[in-house]
Design a protein around this ligand. Structure first.
Ligand SMILES: C[S@@+](CC[C@H](N)C(=O)[O-])C[C@H]1O[C@@H](n2cnc3c(N)ncnc32)[C@H](O)[C@@H]1O
Length: 321
């Protein structure tokens, strides 16, 4: 059986978009929240990014899941897998197979802000795993986790390095909120990118085929269509750079000439100087000791930290203490 619960009223989402965009575009430097990338086209472009030769995170995390999915099922004996920001749920199938094989897993709860990604994923999962109950949730994970279903022996998965898209204060709050949503002895399975050579890191966010550039610029089209804006996406250049001090990748959109933008819905005029940047995403990378300490501060004990041979990505199984 599969169901989708929508906890994001269109009006609530629009109100939040209005507030975020006003805050971000009137700030200095200007910024936008990465959650607005994911309309139907944005979700599709993200899937294209995951198979690019430069984009090592997805294939590295997949290999870790192939190796350790059964270890996860055996360690957690979870009856319910809840996944935050589940997207296409493509890699998650490895966890679902292992949970079903182990005999414990009964329910999968994918959660995402993108209804198109969620619906596509649920249809596929329901076909491939007919014995599983699939309960999709459309909501914003930064807002509240109170919509997550209760159950015994739950694991919350948060994969794809999405934790790195939150700024450190949001991250701290978010990890605590996950811990609060769990009972002692339940688990968090976290996939995060590790700090590596920027020569490998930067091209993963600036691919030769230009798919990431398209994904990045798409956020301007999302704002145009939702807030009556007149951004010219082609007047902005995609920029990816490594911030060595913060240890995160920054994606930006750089105005190639002076721009006057008007957002009718907000009655807001925004001026960009030539060369001015708009930050659209951060993607923080972690060190094993750093993320272990952050998890401990939120109320988790790290039971396992699995990494690939080149230490590019980590899959962490943490138990709520
Ligand atoms: C980097 S992608 C990762 C997708 C998938 N977990 C993976 O590993 O390939 C981030 C996912 O989180 C979703 N997302 C981003 N911000 C969100 C938010 N605030 N609330 C819920 N979902 C969000 C996006 O729609 C997208 O599917």
């Amino acid at each position: 059986m599969s169901t989708v619960d929508v906890h994001l009223a269109d009006t609530a989402l629009l109100d939040e978009l209005r507030k975020d965009v006003r805050d971000g575009l009137t700030a200095d430097p200007k910024w936008l929240s990465p959650k607005y990338f994911y309309d139907a086209l944005g979700s599709e472009l993200f899937e294209q990014i995951t198979v690019l030769p430069e984009y090592y995170p997805t294939r590295t995390e997949r290999a870790l899941l192939e190796e350790h999915a059964l270890d996860v099922a055996e360690a957690t004996e979870s009856t319910m897998l809840i996944e935050l920001g589940s997207g296409s749920s493509e890699k998650t199938k490895l966890l679902l197979s292992a949970g079903v094989k182990h005999g414990s897993l009964k329910t999968y709860v994918p959660q995402d802000v993108s209804i198109s990604a969620l619906e596509g994923a649920i249809e596929q999962i329901a076909q491939e795993f007919p014995a599983l109950e699939v309960r999709g949730i459309v909501s914003d994970f930064t807002d509240t986790l109170h919509n997550l279903p209760g159950g015994d022996r739950r694991t919350i998965a948060f994969l794809g390095g999405t934790l790195g898209n939150l700024i450190p204060e949001e991250r701290e709050e978010f990890l605590k909120a996950i811990a609060d949503a769990l009972d002692p002895g339940e688990y968090l399975l976290l996939g995060v990118g590790l700090v590596i050579d920027p020569k490998v890191l930067v091209p993963a966010y600036d691919d030769a085929a230009g798919v990431t550039a398209k994904f990045n610029r798409n956020v301007l089209s999302v704002i145009n269509s939702r807030l009556g804006g007149n951004f010219d996406p082609d007047a902005f250049e995609h920029v990816a750079l490594w911030n060595a001090e913060q240890e995160w990748i920054e994606m930006r959109l750089r105005a190639t000439s002076p721009q006057e933008v008007y957002l009718a819905d907000l009655d807001l005029h925004v001026h960009f100087e030539a060369g001015e940047d708009l930050r659209t995403e951060i993607s923080a990378k972690f060190r094993p000791e750093g993320i272990t300490a952050e998890l401990a501060a939120a109320g988790f004990d790290v039971d396992h930290l699995w990494s690939d041979a080149e230490s590019r990505f980590a899959l962490i199984l943490a138990r709520k203490s």
